[in-house]
Design a binder for this molecule. Structure first.
Ligand SMILES: Cc1cc2nc3c(=O)[nH]c(=O)nc-3n(C[C@H](O)[C@H](O)[C@H](O)COP(=O)(O)OP(=O)(O)OC[C@H]3O[C@@H](n4cnc5c(N)ncnc54)[C@H](O)[C@@H]3O)c2cc1C
Length: 486
């Protein structure tokens, strides 16, 4: 039977598109290659504890804030979200001082002004930029609507930070949590503001981990008559006279469809499309040559019972001399410490995340668990560096660790198919925003793209991208209206 919609990839983007289109009465099938749904939302269990592989916290989930109407529409606001401490939702730690960031634009600004009284003007400019992007965040969902914040797509985040203050420490604090994106010379100011602005509105952890988001969306899709399959790797898109007419799975099964949506990396999608006149070589080589953001090393740490207090915030620790505006993922210069929600004032588990260059791991082949001693040594070395850096914030950390599980960009490649294990997909570039932020449309009729690689990354960004993709398919302005006015 021909499906209305077949979606390649059961990450957040694929599942959200599946939800929207099911709600619009279409027969949807989501096909996920991995044995578990969710892509970067996947969790795993060790020693009775649930660990996240990617996602750790979201921003803007409070009522009236930017993510709330979307998650309300998707039926996700009822999940067990835990709000981070509004008085200090993020702590930025250097060797000689640490800085607590407060939630809410006014409190955030006041707190920074208290730390840097001579820098009021620059701080005010930064905060008004955050506000500008958040208040217009949904404008791009309305075709033809003017979004004044879009001019920030063609401005560099680094240049802006340099322009608002010559105080290096203030700039380092402002970009102290920028592991949530890749702050390099190419990052558009818009992306810097979209990500940071939402977390400043309010920040939340999810008890039970990101898989809960994927499971809830999948249950809703099934409840509306759709199908969500795991272990279903798409090996080709079927093309007929320039139109996508379905997909083929590993094993040979074909699934005819009126519309195909891809939630996978655009370069990986092109590898699934047979040679045809409509998909020109120049298009293929342009997409394949786009660069990807760095990948992450993650250490999931099981702690000894009662050894450390629980902290209701994320902590970002930076090495002396680290250039936060041009991070070098070949070194361990920065680490994010994320605590798992705990029912008591003691922590049970924490994660350490640190950027890791693909070139450090690409030489190791094999499957997870079979990559040899050299790979184990590399992971051990990176783990030790992360613990040493994190110990600046938690001096008792090393002795508190019962067990550590580690993953690298190679692990992400294995479990999500992200090229080079990239954490946030295609690197957006303010010098060429239109080339690095792709349209959901493809050269094939009825084949669309979605997901973090396209427009914006992160939970908020991927969600905006899903709505954007579905608006193109549904061909109406009403979708944004339907979501925002709910
Ligand atoms: C380490 C890390 C930490 C992060 N932390 C946060 C955070 O704290 N907060 C936040 O907001 N965001 C965070 N993010 C980003 C956020 O998780 C992602 O932007 C978002 O989940 C991406 O969703 P997606 O659907 O675009 O892609 P993905 O999650 O990559 O989903 C793509 C899916 O497609 C599947 N697939 C691939 N090829 C095929 C095929 N041929 N056939 C079928 N299926 C296929 C993959 O298995 C995968 O499940 C983090 C990301 C990483 C990597």
């Amino acid at each position: 039977m021909t499906k209305d919609i077949v979606i390649i990839g059961g990450g957040l983007g694929g599942l959200e598109c599946g939800y929207i289109l099911s709600k619009h009465g279409m027969k949807v099938t989501v096909l996920e290659a991995a044995s578990t749904l969710g892509g970067c939302l996947q969790t795993f269990k060790r020693k009775g504890l649930t660990f996240d592989t990617g996602f750790h916290y979201v921003g803007g989930l409070g009522e009236g804030e930017c993510l709330h109407p979307f998650f309300n529409y998707f039926g996700l606001t009822g999940l067990p979200w835990k709000k981070l401490d509004p008085d200090c939702f993020e702590k930025i730690v250097f060797s000689d001082a640490s800085y607590c960031l407060a939630s809410g634009y006014k409190a955030f600004e006041d707190r920074l002004c208290a730390y840097f009284p001579a820098e009021r003007e620059g701080i005010r400019k930064m905060v008004s930029c955050y506000k500008e992007v958040s208040s217009h965040i949904s404008d791009n969902l309305y075709p033809g609507k003017e979004n004044p914040a879009n001019e920030l797509l063609a401005r560099g985040a680094g240049d802006f930070l340099n322009a608002i203050s010559s105080n290096r420490r203030l700039r380092d604090v402002l970009c102290g949590s920028a592991l949530k994106m890749e702050l390099s010379g190419t990052l558009p100011l818009y992306v810097f503001c979209e990500v940071n602005g939402s977390f400043i509105q309010s920040s939340w952890r999810l008890e039970g981990g990101g898989a809960r988001i994927a499971e809830a969306l999948a249950a809703s899709i099934r409840g509306m008559g759709g199908e969500v399959r795991t272990g279903a790797r798409v090996t080709s898109v079927i093309e007929d006279a320039g139109t996508a007419t379905g997909v083929t799975l590993a094993g040979g099964e074909t699934i005819p469809a009126r519309t195909v949506i891809s939630d996978i990396h655009p370069a990986s999608l092109l590898a699934l499309i047979p040679e045809c006149r409509q998909v020109r070589r120049s298009f293929r080589s342009r997409i394949s040559s786009l660069e990807n953001t760095f990948g992450m090393f993650t250490a999931n740490l099981v702690l000894k019972e009662g050894a450390l207090p629980y902290e209701n915030r994320n902590v970002f620790v930076h090495a002396d001399g680290a250039d936060l505006m041009h991070p070098d993922p070949r070194k361990t210069e920065s680490v994010m410490i994320s605590y798992y929600p705990s029912g008591s004032d003691r922590a049970r588990a924490i994660d350490l995340l640190s950027p890791m260059a693909w070139e450090l791991v690409e030489g190791f082949g094999g499957k997870p668990g079979q990559r040899g001693d050299g790979y184990q040594e590399l992971k051990e070395k990176k783990l030790n560096e992360c613990i040493a850096l994190a110990s600046k914030a938690i001096p008792a950390l090393r002795d508190a660790i019962d067990y550590a599980y580690t993953s690298t960009p190679l692990t992400y490649l294995s479990y999500t198919g992200a090229p080079c294990g990239s954490a946030y997909g295609i690197r957006k570039d303010w010098h060429a925003p239109m080339t690095t932020m792709l349209s959901p449309r493809t050269p094939l009729e009825n084949l669309y793209m979605t997901g973090q690689n396209l427009y914006l990354h992160g939970i908020l960004g991927t969600t905006m991208t899903s709505v954007f993709t579905c608006s193109q398919i549904l061909g109406s302005e009403n979708l944004a209206e339907e979501i925002l006015k709910k």
